[in-house]
Design a protein around this ligand. Structure first.
Ligand code: DGY
Length: 327
């Protein structure tokens, strides 16, 4: 059998690259920025396999441009950039990297919660700018984290990890999800299931952990932000478009809520004229919640395993559309 051709849309860990190079003829996109869509269309023209990221649009037009494509593997647990239905229609398996980034992402969500509550970024920036003149009883005040009520929207894998972390801070948890967790799990983590409005009204911290779907697009907008406490902290390490950024700006500016801490924005990257960037009570980091060395390494090797399985006609270990194997 001829050696398969693969396009890898960004630099990845060497371990993963070695795995793929051992079995395929690889072209690697080594720029820091993603290949422009038009370039990607050209790059995939003769490939059998594609290793891609959230920032690459993988749609029907791209699949048309890649008539030999038989394995798509994404280095991410999310895959809203891929037209999975279209891939399935064409019998192409799509790989992803679930599970491995759960704890790492929850760590970041909790770090954002603490950073916002205790005004770490403002404080650190003030020190660098030479603004630390004295100890002042009224400077850099924020809420206590311990004992505060944590609201979790979306009690999937990452939401549950967030709940576990909150145990060490004696935080009661209110949560909403379309699926309720079993009672023993609720008891174990001091979690109370409640309607979304109640979670928003009664929580001191609200952390968003839902997938982006048509139903969760702008799930948090003017109405929801008005329900929240005036000193509440809103954390988003899920997907930017779950929160309406214009509504968030107004809520932060007018003191409807206290702080926000975002790992993700709408759009990404955030544009430099976005008014959220003018606010001291909003921390924004560049979608780095899964960026620990072990997690990103494992994501890369999982993506390599999926890609190679797809090329070898074997079931991908982590496949978004396993129904392709039933055909
Ligand atoms: C994902 O995997 O979907 C994250 O957003 C990036 O790690």
């Amino acid at each position: 059998m001829p050696i398969p051709k693969v396009f890898i849309a960004r630099r990845i860990f060497q371990e993963a690259l070695d795995m793929i190079s051992a079995e395929a003829d690889v072209e690697l996109w080594s720029d820091e920025l993603p290949p422009p869509y038009e370039t990607l269309l050209q790059k995939v023209a003769n490939v059998d396999g594609l290793l891609c990221l959230l920032t690459d649009k993988i749609d029907a037009q791209l699949m048309d441009a890649a008539p030999n494509l038989r394995s798509i593997s994404q280095i991410a647990v999310g895959f809203e950039n891929i037209d999975v239905e279209e891939a399935t229609r064409r019998g192409i398996p799509v790989g992803y990297t679930p599970g491995v980034l759960t704890g790492t992402t929850a760590d970041m969500a909790f770090a954002l919660l603490m950073a916002a509550a205790r005004r770490l970024v403002e404080g650190a920036e003030a020190v660098r700018a030479g603004k630390w003149k004295t100890w002042h009883p009224l400077h850099y005040l924020g809420p206590d984290v311990f004992g505060g009520t944590l609201g979790i929207l979306g009690m999937g894998r990452i939401g549950l990890e967030m709940a576990k972390r909150a145990q060490g801070f004696d935080m009661p948890i209110l949560y909403y999800d379309v699926y309720r967790r079993p009672k023993d799990v609720e008891k174990q983590y001091n979690m109370t299931y409640a309607p979304i409005d109640t979670v928003l009204r009664q929580s001191d911290f609200v952390s968003v952990h839902v997938n982006l779907t048509p139903e969760t697009y702008h799930l948090i907008s003017h109405h929801e932000l008005h329900l929240m406490k005036s000193n509440a902290v809103l954390i988003n390490a899920a997907r930017g478009p779950v929160i309406d950024p214009a509504a968030l700006y107004l809520a932060l500016k007018e003191g409807q809520i206290g702080f926000a801490a975002l790992d993700v924005t709408e759009p990404e990257p955030i544009t430099m004229d976005d008014p959220l960037l003018t606010l001291d009570n909003c921390i924004i980091v560049p979608h780095i919640a899964s960026a620990s060395v072990p997690t990103r390494l494992r994501m890369s090797t999982m993506a390599a395993e999926n890609l190679l399985a797809g090329l070898n006609g074997q079931p991908m270990p982590n496949c978004v559309n396993p129904e392709v194997y039933e055909k």
